[in-house]
Write a protein of this length. Structure first.
Length: 231
């Protein structure tokens, strides 16, 4: 395993990135030694989510820092055994049941880049620290379904309702299934106003439970629609 010194360019860039990520002014950078002491203090007694932030920053700079990425990821996940979190795709995420994780992973690697982007944004918002952004999770999740429908029906300007109507002519969905998807779309827009401006949102702000429900359900719907299109 490589060793580092304060003179190594990669580690110096890492310290500077950490300093900036914590809101430190670029023109007041205190130097590598001071930042290292700050990092040490966070690891020994700081807020847990800042530890994750630092490790994610290090992993994102693996190519310039030169440490063995696979070894680092395996070591971190080994240390997290039995905890509520796991390191996946370079980011720390709360552990979900295997079936739910599989559905999300499938959506994140789907064939349509627009849908992948929305689901990736939703997943990132779900694991945002110190707490998730439930509104963004729900909004991006349903946009992932909408993007999938647009790609499948070939109309990039269609909203979800119109795209589903076009797809229904091809695949003849069960009426209840189509209604369920449309009502899910309505819930994301009306129940908490997450597809609209916050000032328009009614009472009942969504929480993490609703966010997880939206991401898992929407990813499963997108996966189903893609599978149905190739049967």
């Amino acid at each position: 395993m490589p060793s580092f010194s304060y003179g190594d360019r990669g580690i110096k860039d890492f310290y500077r990135r950490v300093w900036l990520s914590f809101g430190g002014p670029a023109d007041e950078y205190p130097g590598s030694a001071r930042v290292l002491q700050t990092i040490k203090g966070i690891f020994l007694g700081g807020e847990w989510w800042r530890v994750f932030d630092i490790l994610e920053t290090a992993l994102s700079m693996q190519n310039v820092m030169g440490f063995p990425e696979a070894f680092a990821i395996n070591s971190i996940n080994k240390a997290l055994t039995g905890s509520a979190y796991v390191l996946q795709n370079g980011e720390f995420a709360e552990r979900l049941p295997i079936e739910q994780t599989a559905s999300i992973d499938t959506a994140l690697s789907g064939p349509f880049s627009s849908a992948r982007t929305h689901f990736a944004n939703a997943y990132r918002a779900l694991n945002r620290r110190p707490e998730c952004d439930a509104g963004e999770v729900i909004r991006e999740s349903i946009h992932g379904v909408e993007a999938t429908c647009r790609e499948l029906c070939g109309d990039q300007n269609a909203d979800l309702g119109r795209a589903l109507a076009k797809l229904d002519k091809q695949y003849q969905f069960h009426p209840v299934l189509r209604q369920a998807i449309e009502k899910l779309y309505g819930w994301t827009g009306d129940a908490s106003g997450v597809r609209h401006a916050e000032k328009e949102a009614p009472k009942g702000k969504p929480g993490k439970a609703e966010a997880e429900l939206a991401l898992v359900t929407c990813s499963a719907i997108a996966n189903y629609l893609i599978a149905a299109s190739i049967e």
